[in-house]
Write a protein that binds this ligand. Sequence first.
Ligand code: GCU
Length: 694
Amino acid sequence: IDSGYDCWLGYKRIADSALRESYAQYGSRFVVIGGEGDGDENGEGLGASSLLRTAGKELELALSSMLGSVTRERVSGAGMVVAGTFGSSSAFESLAGAYEPAELGEEGYVIHSSEEDGCIYLSAASERGVLYAVFHFIRLLQTDQQLEGLRIQEVPRNGLRMINHWDNMDGSVERGYAGNSIFYRDGRFIEDKSRIRDYARLLASAAINAISINNVNVHRQESKLITDEFLPDVAEVAGIFREYGVRLFLSVNYASTIEIGCLDTADPLDSGVAEWWKQAAADIYRYIPDFGGFVVKADSEFRPGPFTYGRNHADGANMLADALAPFGGEVIWRCFVYNCLQDWRDRKTDRARAAYDHFMPLDGQFRDNVMLQIKNGPMDFQVREPVSPLFGGLTKTNHLLELQIAQEYTGQQRHLCYLVPQWKEVYDFDTYASGAGSTVAEIASGRLFGRARGGIAAVSNIGDDLNWCGHVLAQANWYGYARLAWNPDLSAEQIASEWIRMTFGRDEELERIVLDMLLGSYSIYESYTAPLGVGWMVNPNHHYGPNVDGYEYSKWGTYHYADRLGMGVDRTVRTGTGYAGQYHAPVAERYESLADCPDELLLFFHHVPYLHVLHSGKTVIQHIYDTHFSGAEQAAELLAKWDTLASRVDSGRFEHVRERLAHQAEHACEWRDMINTYFYRKSGVADEQGRTIY
Ligand code: GCU
């Protein structure tokens, strides 16, 4: 039974013999040049040759599995796959004129098929680039691409492409929907690290280059990860990731000086505190010379931070940055800072405003090795939110875009919700910060404002379930996140097609149907859950399932303000919280104006009567009814579509997905009925079509 453990790296034998033979012209022999034998058994030459060893192992595995057999050569010759760094061999001289190594940077690569010697060259300025070239080449085979005349040059658009794990050392995963942690159990690291290695391989296959391995909410035990008690384990894990080109980061407790040190303060301007962190950094780098740095959630949701001492976030981040700087480490400082104890009577306080209000005044005050990590939206990974105005606001501070692959608010990996279309909207959003074309993609990468650092991070959706993601089709989110991080111009469809072929093999009918399911799923999920950008109508705490007023009468500041007359949050400058004014023109005007605000965000920015007419021509209340009826219908169709694939998918994965889709279809009805009944009773307006509303 296929559990889905191999994800997109299953490397099935290519069934079409003509295709297999055409690939074998190149792929029956290969050589990896450089690094061979320069062992790092003694910890010497960190990472250098181990990356090429990884590349060689992967080529061997992929070619032998897909083509039937492969020979590994020791020197290059005609008619083979030749992988290596430019400088390592004269074999790459023929490429010298065609590519500019300097443009490839640390991670770029070329894939070149030479008509002269019948070789395919996988080459780069760095060993990491070679590893990525190898995985790209394998992908060409997995997706039936022609190998003749290849002239590929790839350079990542984002420097940092990171995954954040919210894993706790007791083995649980905060917002985890795929079992327990692959790193920890019962307060310690898991003894058998083989699964971590398999995971590192998946990361490298999609060119993820950084990982943080513990929850941003750093509890007591996890605070000790930076001490001698756990650093040997952390170093072992870092060593595994290193072989795959992935740098390891830790989330740290801002109040470590108190929690695990013997100080009575965590004041960032206290010299004892700064000294403590310098010592801590020195200890960490003794174990892990290429340690990435710290991820910090401070002054957020009851986590400690510099506010306690009357200091600001630049003070806090810079103090840690100074400790890491001598070793080349970085501080990733999260901007998820807001007052989570709000009074509903106070209509001026707005959680959406908080990150901008806190961080904009500090723009330009952060050290070069600090990156601010900003969630895509101003609230918290809702199905639909506007883009955080910090993108386009900050111009003098390095920052990262934070996405959530974990489907906390988007179906918890029980519902199908392919998130790449949502992320594409975020990347493509034009902030107009420096005229038209100032997209989030250009800003997060650091390019628009000439920042030295930038990139993307996302909350992981994996756990120790056999298929990693709880839902086999949720693997597409993981994969899609990584592919977009490399190149945000890829389309949601391209990524999905690629993933389907690599995951399920060659089958046009299957590809057509799964593609259709994936591409429609985000909008289907949105339609039976969150109307018009309202968000938060979920059960408190676990965030699964409908509960319209679940948060309405709590203090978290996540209101919809539905009453008998209307609903939505007035965030205009004229009469509301002023949030709309945090954007540049013309975006600010578009959101401010009831007439121009896009339908899908209407209730995020405006409080309107139920009979307000949308651009679509429907009233708000009718829109709610219609989308909930059609969303539930479409959820049922997802199941019907999958059922047509019974003979095309192995029974293990087929039955597993089927069970999830059946649950989704049923649960979508619950959403439909709860939401429709609630708003029918609130508004007293009947459905125009007279459908059943309980
Ligand atoms: C959300 C999520 C929390 C998480 C927090 C964060 O609020 O529900 O579990 O800790 O985001 O991003 O820090």
